[in-house]
Ligand binder design. Structure first.
Ligand SMILES: [Zn+2]
Length: 226
């Protein structure tokens, strides 16, 4: 069974980016939970950094991730500060993390979001700048879904349907990296319950029953069939 660790950025006393009444920690959590639910539906074992409004230390998050020893790890965030579109950071050495980043961004574009590209960032010591990428043992990425202070991006994530689209794009990118085919959620088919009061070999008997029902106030129809 494939395993994926999902970090929901910020939480508790740390709201992350805030703009126009939207708190990054809330959007991150909702998207993360949908990604996890979708991955579980595809038989992937998921561990979350948080499922509520908790403030978790980054080191604890990384320790939890490494103890779980997943195939892939993601920390899900949203941006602010001028710009638009999604970007995904990965290990500067490339590898599976880079593939994951590219797969996610490809799906983001299909979902109507712009891509700012797969990115890397080094610290002054020449290692990965982000601890979540540097200190995790498995391929890890940081996903920035959208800019909370960009009108176009906010339109994409301000509805629950929009957040589900973005989450589904992330899920598809993960599944593609794991070699698992995405299967659409089966839509609930509408079931109609019909009430039958009789079945007659002679049509006149059917008409008699219909007249009785109509007299009693029911909108009875006769249908021919087995
Ligand atoms: Zn963030």
């Amino acid at each position: 069974m494939k395993k994926v660790f999902l970090g929901a950025g910020h939480g508790g006393s740390d709201p992350g980016a805030t703009a126009g009444g939207i708190k990054e920690k809330d959007v991150n959590l909702e998207i993360t939970l949908i990604v996890g639910r979708e991955l579980s539906r595809h038989g992937v074992e998921v561990k979350y950094s948080r499922t509520g409004d908790d403030n978790e230390k980054l080191n604890d998050k990384i320790d939890e991730c490494n103890a779980f020893s997943p195939d892939l790890a993601l920390d899900i965030h949203n941006n602010a500060g001028g710009g638009d579109g999604a970007e995904v950071y990965h290990h500067f050495g490339g590898g599976v993390g880079k593939t994951l980043a590219e797969n996610i961004l490809k799906e983001m574009v299909k979902a109507g979001q712009n891509s700012r590209g797969a990115k890397t960032r080094k610290n002054s010591a020449g290692r990965d700048y982000f601890a979540f990428i540097r200190e995790t043992a498995c391929p890890a990425v940081i996903v920035e879904c959208a800019f909370l202070d960009n009108e176009k991006d906010v339109a994409l994530i301000s509805t629950s349907g929009g957040r589900k689209n973005i989450a589904t794009a992330i899920c598809k990118g993960i599944l593609a990296t794991l070699g698992i085919a995405f299967v659409e959620e089966p839509t609930k088919s509408e079931v109609l319950y019909r009430v039958q009061v009789g079945a007659y070999k002679e049509k006149e008997n059917a008409i008699k029953m219909q007249e009785r029902l109509k007299a009693a106030g029911f909108d009875a129809i006769i249908k021919q069939g087995e």
